[in-house]
Design a protein around this ligand. Structure first.
Ligand SMILES: *Cc1c(COP(=O)(O)O)cnc(C)c1O
Length: 414
């Protein structure tokens, strides 16, 4: 019964949606930043709330007719406060990068110095990369991971912080598989009077699910996307101490954005409601069990993993340990119906377009209900694909095996 109007009115768009739904059902998603939302989240996005303009904040809007919309925004805010123990919440950011732009705008002036993790060590573009607005507007200096252990060396962070005296320290990463010592970052920042900014885009769901430490009570300001482990619609939120509420709100609107996307706010509220339930704790715990199982299987087969394993939902597999590059693996795995993202390894000898590693994550396959047994099967099929990467017949057989397994774990749809 779903998509009836779309099907009748616009065959072309409907056909593309149908094909993509089939692809998602038949293939394995190991991209660490992706997930499948629940039918309730999907439905909330497809509501008439999309028709409204609501520039401003609840009780203070620049448009009339917002007395109902105020309720959805307030509900989303109250749920985030409970979920992360936050003092102040802004649920309007359209995505992770604009949220980070608003955070910088709220606390910094162009040219100010910021300390963040190097992109090729697991940082994010919006943490000071030269091609990104962040690297062009602000003066980023960078810390790295220890090349031997793959782990952030907090003594080095302190040394750089004391030498460079940045106005802000950024922690929270896109491809780092270890637990982060938030308190240590805060202690270092306090020594030099720097602001602390945590970007928990990747791990927010694991924090909400009580599996990882929460920086929100410790840090000045925290941003997160809502569509990764948190399993909501595409978007972001910013949480901060009450004393920064006004400057953060003004940076989001009118600083960075115009009107919020109210249908997405509704879907965010639904996702936060789901994350507050006890089942979400089980979900978060299973994500990590699955990731640890996957990492152990790769190690057994002789692959190197950056930092030697994982504490969270992701791992970076170094394919040079098998004489391969990230791109070759990505292509071989795509042929059998497994999506991954290429990733640099710390101090990668290869160029960013063809780095030595791939980043794998378990949030999406865990949502489908896959557990340890499926992880073992997936890794063994991935290994076989690499060992037979030029044998199209063998790869087609492996693709069939993946398809068969996926049929037992349908993705959630309306
Ligand atoms: C994904 C991610 C972002 C950006 O999110 P978008 O919604 O893609 O803009 C920002 N920071 C980190 C650490 C991320 O992993």
């Amino acid at each position: 019964m779903k998509y009836d109007h779309l099907k009748n009115q616009d065959e072309q768009v409907f056909a593309i949606v149908e094909r993509e739904e089939q692809r998602q059902n038949e293939e394995i998603e190991l991209i660490a930043s992706e997930n499948y939302v629940t039918p309730a989240v999907l439905e909330a996005m497809a509501t008439v709330l999309t028709n409204k303009y609501s520039e401003g904040y609840p009780g203070h809007r620049y448009y009339g007719g917002n007395y109902i919309i105020d309720d959805i925004e307030n509900l989303a805010i109250e749920r985030v406060k409970k979920l992360f123990d936050a003092e102040h919440v802004n649920v309007q950011p359209l995505s992770g990068s604009p949220a980070n732009a608003a955070v910088y705008m709220a606390f910094l002036n162009p040219g100010d110095k910021v300390l963040g993790l190097k992109l090729d060590h697991g940082g994010h573009l919006s943490h000071g990369h030269s091609v990104n607005f962040s690297g062009r507007l602000y003066n980023f200096v960078q810390y790295g991971v220890n090349p031997e252990t793959g782990i952030i060396d907090m003594d080095e962070v302190r040394e750089i912080a004391l030498r460079e005296k940045p106005k802000m320290i950024v922690a929270g990463f896109s491809a780092y598989s270890r637990e982060i010592d938030w308190q240590k970052f805060k202690d270092i920042a306090d020594e030099i009077g720097a602001y602390t900014f945590a970007d928990i885009a990747h791990i927010a769901g694991l924090i909400a699910g009580k599996q990882l430490k929460n920086p929100v009570p410790i840090f000045d300001v925290v941003s997160t996307t809502t569509h990764k482990t948190l399993r909501g619609p595409r978007g972001a939120i910013i949480m901060c101490k009450e004393k920064y509420a006004k400057q953060v709100n003004s940076a989001v609107f009118p600083g960075m954005q115009g009107g919020p996307h109210d249908h997405i706010t509704a879907a965010k509220a639904v996702a936060f409601g789901e994350a507050l339930k006890p089942e979400f704790i089980e979900y978060a715990a299973q994500i990590i069990k699955n990731a640890k199982t996957m990492a152990a299987e790769f190690l057994n087969l002789g692959y190197r993993i950056v930092s030697g394993g994982t504490d969270n939902h992701l791992m970076v597999v170094d394919l040079s340990s098998k004489g391969l590059a990230g791109k070759e693996a990505e292509i071989a795995w795509e042929k059998i119906g497994i999506s991954v993202s290429r990733s640099t390894i710390p101090n990668d000898p290869n160029p960013p377009m063809n780095p030595s590693g791939v980043r794998l994550g378990t949030p999406a396959i865990t949502t489908r209900g896959m557990k340890e047994a499926e992880m073992k099967l997936i890794v063994s099929l991935m290994d076989k694909a690499l060992m037979n990467k030029d044998d199209e017949i063998k790869l087609a057989e492996l693709k069939e095996e993946i398809k068969k397994m996926c049929a037992q774990f349908p993705i959630p749809t309306k």
